[in-house]
Design a protein around this ligand. Structure first.
Ligand SMILES: Cc1cc2nc3c(=O)[nH]c(=O)nc-3n(C[C@H](O)[C@H](O)[C@H](O)COP(=O)(O)O)c2cc1C
Length: 200
């Protein structure tokens, strides 16, 4: 299996989840191919107070730390000729976190027109793992139907619904629990340890 993982960040609330997930992915033995939608910049600014010099997404500004060379490969959301646009791009799977209802609806309709949606469609057609982490509430019938469609097509819909059974004391603990669920869904080995009654 390839050690590449595709990650899309779209403009749903929950920028904190995307950042925590990317932070964890860069600590694992994987090469993250990252695509960030333009609207994400607005949400990241509003929720995390981060703006990027020159309007260009910078993973080190986003994570607030240096990232070892080669851990993150950036692709522009507008670049439909980038390697992840093709089903021939080898990767273990893709996660979209957070995933907006717009992106989810586009995937359900099969009409991807940016790199996030095109790469996700390529994963679906090649039967690779696709994990989407939507955030919206309440959900309309259209949202729910789109989630059913994606599930039927083989995607894992993993809503940003934090659990409380591990008794989180901080927002970070709340967020990391969801990151654990996402990494499990991607089939990646990791060391986040909030498992229910796990002797390890
Ligand atoms: C501050 C802010 C918060 C938003 N929160 C959500 C949200 O929680 N869920 C959602 O589906 N869309 C949300 N949106 C709307 C999406 O950003 C919008 O539908 C956008 O077109 C999504 O585009 P993208 O999927 O290409 O990033 C939000 C927008 C802004 C500016």
């Amino acid at each position: 299996m390839s050690n590449r993982v595709l990650m899309g960040i779209t403009g749903a609330s929950g920028a904190i989840y995307g950042r925590a997930l990317l932070d964890e992915l860069t600590r694992l033995d994987v090469e993250v191919h990252l695509i960030v939608s333009p609207t994400s910049h607005i949400v990241i600014r509003e929720e995390l107070g981060i703006t990027f010099p020159g309007g260009r997404f910078d993973p080190e500004v986003y994570l607030g730390r240096a990232v070892p060379r080669g851990r993150i490969v950036m692709h522009s959301d507008g670049d439909l000729a980038a390697p992840p646009a093709s089903g021939t791009f080898r990767c273990a799977g893709m996660v979209i976190c957070p995933c907006s209802m717009k992106t989810l609806g586009t995937l359900a309709a099969g009409t991807g027109s940016n790199l996030v949606t095109r790469a996700a469609e390529a994963c679906l057609k090649e039967r690779r793992r696709l994990v989407v982490v939507p955030r919206e509430t309440p959900l309309s019938l259209i949202h729910l139907r789109n989630m059913v469609t994606l599930t039927e097509a083989g995607a894992i819909v993993l809503p940003a619904m934090p659990g409380f059974y591990h008794r989180p004391q901080t927002i970070d603990e709340l967020v990391r629990h969801l990151v654990l669920k996402i990494l499990d869904a991607l089939g990646l080995r990791h060391t986040i340890s909030y498992r229910w009654k796990d002797p390890d």
